[in-house]
Design a protein around this ligand. Structure first.
Ligand code: 6R9
Length: 661
């Protein structure tokens, strides 16, 4: 039994339910015009439910296959699925060449915006040529189908080129987020046996060049099997080049032939490995394969965002080192022939309106980002977005954490001008694609709720005995039927794959998230099951209390943890960031916030302690690291912080905490 399962059982072992979820009456029906020409309609749900296999076989037609598959799902050896197994295809051909062949070579694939202000417009024709050259370069370095290649890059177009070049020759890539340490890089290189690394001298962050190559050099002291490092010149920083091992991308790739014919691989050929971050223990190498992954990501990208490739300008403001970057910045959008924006840097460089300036400049129609970003913008205040013309936006997306109702309403109102549906997309590295989300032309949005499974997906909320819970009750989110872009296994560890996801409930995929069905049957996420607190026998969700805190006008962001408490079992400890206009909050801010939570949820939910802090510890994908906050709340030594965006945040919070009240 995994630790995750064990702690979730502990957290959920009492009877009763998470029945204290705040009531939400606001509803936002789809705009009429959008609904009238929406990609997904009520009929789509019916078709998908009537015959899921036929539905997915139909979606597989989005892809150009070298050999059309006759098989759909093979679930004869659960939990090891295959999809479209007798089909063959090439992922890079689907993302690039086929659009050029269809006459769209001049369409922009990416508007790249570098942090210092440099820009590049890359058409599908140019992208195709660059990918072919890079594929030829990898072949010259001896990379063969099946070999793993590590990519450790800033958010620059070459990151996409590198991924697609690997895919083109059948070499699974493993992208390691550029902000991760050399240790994180070396452990991933060793875990999947990488021999070639693609990196850059550095990237730009917060107005300054920040080196990457030195971290690679350090990592490689532990990785003797790495034969070659391809180095992209981005910042012009001085870097050491190891003779015989390191090559400059612009010299080596630039001299390659622009011709390369893509070879077709079986649908189940591995496409990439993505390590999940932030958890304790050895990172899990999530394995995605080719055919099903491309079907699932291209379909959901088209469905959830109501994508119109001829007219939309799509922007996933997420790093390529996160699964969101893989599915909705690279594979989904490119397979769909989308024009996307790619931005290298931080949202406040050189000013706090940078994102809104980008949206105005490129007339972005769909924005996809994380609640943590939205709450940060709320904290800065609406005067920044208000300086820009955001009228091109028609759909807003959210991913990574539950979006608090107040953040949802702010996003819709201030950024979306009250026109835009907000799609709160629930999914995971493991699922590869959106699983639960509103459909913008069908669903009446409910702030804070992820709503219903996307057409073709089947989920349930169950209790400890795997029984479906009634409306109004909470439990565990499970996925009840295989889906095309599901992870196939954990790299090199089938047993851990079975233990982690398929052993908690027979035949059901255990996602590790707590969820609740409201009175209408719509799904709300309550955080990871190990984030569910048990206070004097009452089950309380961290997410719910955070949302109550964020609904107070002085609060921009909140993180809640359960700290062990001798009397109540667990006690609620909250860390809050105030909005800038609230100043220091005044002398009674803590009492005021405790009273506010009591009013919103009930006296039982009043935090034992509220800390006003400047920053919260977050992973690179924007998830609050509650584990570290729990360490602080319980006065333990702070655990591993290698995946934090800024590990100094922890000492700041701790200093604050240690100050006498
Ligand atoms: C895509 C991504 C997965 C975990 C997942 C859940 C949380 C993601 C969410 C959400 C509530 C949403 N999560 N989206 N919770 N509402 N819309 O984030 O993948 O980094 O693997 O994280 O993130 O807890 O289990 P990943």
């Amino acid at each position: 039994m995994s630790d995750e399962v064990r702690s979730s059982q502990k957290a959920q072992s009492d009877e009763g339910g998470l029945s204290n979820l705040s009531h939400e009456d606001r509803r936002f029906p789809p705009p009429e015009e959008l609904a009238a020409s929406a990609n997904v309609t009520a009929a789509t749900y019916e078709q998908a439910a009537a015959d899921p296999d036929a539905f997915w076989a139909e979606q597989a037609k989005r892809i150009s296959w070298e050999t059309e598959p006759t098989e759909v799902l093979d679930w004869s050896n659960p939990p090891f699925a295959t999809w479209f197994a007798d089909g063959t295809l090439n992922a890079a051909y689907n993302a690039c060449d086929r659009h050029v062949e269809a006459g769209h070579g001049d369409r922009v694939a990416f508007y790249f915006e570098g942090e210092p202000g440099d820009t590049r417009e890359i058409t599908y024709a140019q992208l195709t040529t660059e990918v072919k050259q890079a594929a030829n370069a990898l072949i010259e370095l001896g990379v063969e189908a099946g070999d793993r290649v590590a990519i450790y890059l800033p958010m620059i177009p070459e990151a996409v080129v590198a991924m697609l070049a690997c895919a083109r020759i059948g070499a699974p890539h493993t992208v390691v987020f550029g902000g991760f340490s050399s240790d994180a890089l070396s452990s991933r290189i060793l875990d999947c046996g990488v021999e070639v690394v693609i990196t850059a001298d550095g990237g730009y962050r917060r107005g300054a060049p920040s080196g990457l190559k030195p971290a690679v050099d350090e990592a490689l002291t532990k990785c003797p099997d790495v034969r070659h490092v391809l180095v992209i010149r981005r910042t012009g920083q001085d870097v050491e080049m190891t003779e015989g091992r390191d090559l400059w991308w612009h010299e080596f790739v630039g001299q390659q032939s622009e011709e390369h014919t893509a070879e077709a691989f079986p649908a189940e050929h591995p496409l990439y490995i993505m390590y999940t971050s932030g958890s304790t223990g050895k990172p899990k190498g999530i394995l995605h394969t080719t055919g099903g992954y491309l079907v699932g990501t291209s379909y959901t990208h088209w469905a959830t965002f109501d994508l119109k490739p001829e007219t939309d300008v799509f922007w996933t403001a997420a790093d390529i080192g996160w699964v969101t970057g893989h599915s909705y910045l690279v594979y989904g959008p490119l397979v769909n022939g989308t024009t996307s924006v790619m931005y290298e840097g931080t949202p406040d460089t050189p000013h706090k309106g940078r994102w809104w300036e980008i949206i105005e400049k490129y007339r972005v129609t769909i924005l996809y980002c994380a609640p943590t970003a939205i709450r940060t913008f709320m904290k800065w205040g609406s005067e920044f977005p208000e300086q820009f013309d955001l009228s091109s936006l028609r759909i807003l997306g959210s991913v990574g954490e539950p979006i608090n109702p107040e953040a949802y309403v702010w996003y819709r109102h201030v950024i979306g001008g009250d026109r835009t549906p907000v799609v709160d997309t629930w999914w995971q590295t493991e699922t590869g694609m959106h699983m639960i989300s509103p459909m913008p032309g069908v669903t009446s949005g409910k702030p804070g709720a992820a709503m219903t499974p996307v057409p073709g997906v089947s989920v349930d909320v169950v209790n400890d005995e795997a029984q479906s819970v009634p409306n109004g009750s909470g439990g565990y989110l499970v996925i009840t039927k295989p889906w095309p872009s599901m992870l196939r296994t954990l790299w090199g560890d089938d047993q851990r794959f079975v233990d982690t996801y398929w052993s908690r409930f027979a035949g059901l995929y255990f996602a590790g998230d707590g969820a609740k069905r409201d009175d209408d049957g719509d799904i709300w996420f309550l955080g990871r099951v190990d984030d569910v607190m048990n206070v004097s026998g009452h089950r309380m969700s961290t997410t719910e209390i955070e949302s109550a805190l964020v609904s107070h006008p002085k609060v921009a962001e909140a993180a809640v943890v359960g700290a062990s408490d001798p009397t109540t079992g667990q006690a609620i400890v909250a860390f809050v960031i105030l909005r800038s206009e609230a100043g220091d909050g005044g002398p009674d801010v803590v009492a005021e916030l405790r009273a506010h939570v009591a009013k919103e949820i009930g006296a039982i939910a009043k935090p034992r302690q509220i800390m006003v802090v400047e920053e919260l510890p977050k992973t690179r994908s924007g998830k609050i690291m509650r584990r570290l906050l729990r360490d602080i709340a319980e006065h333990r030594e702070v655990g591993d912080v290698t995946t934090l965006t800024d590990s100094s945040v922890m000492s700041l919070i701790k200093d604050n905490m240690d100050k006498p009240a």
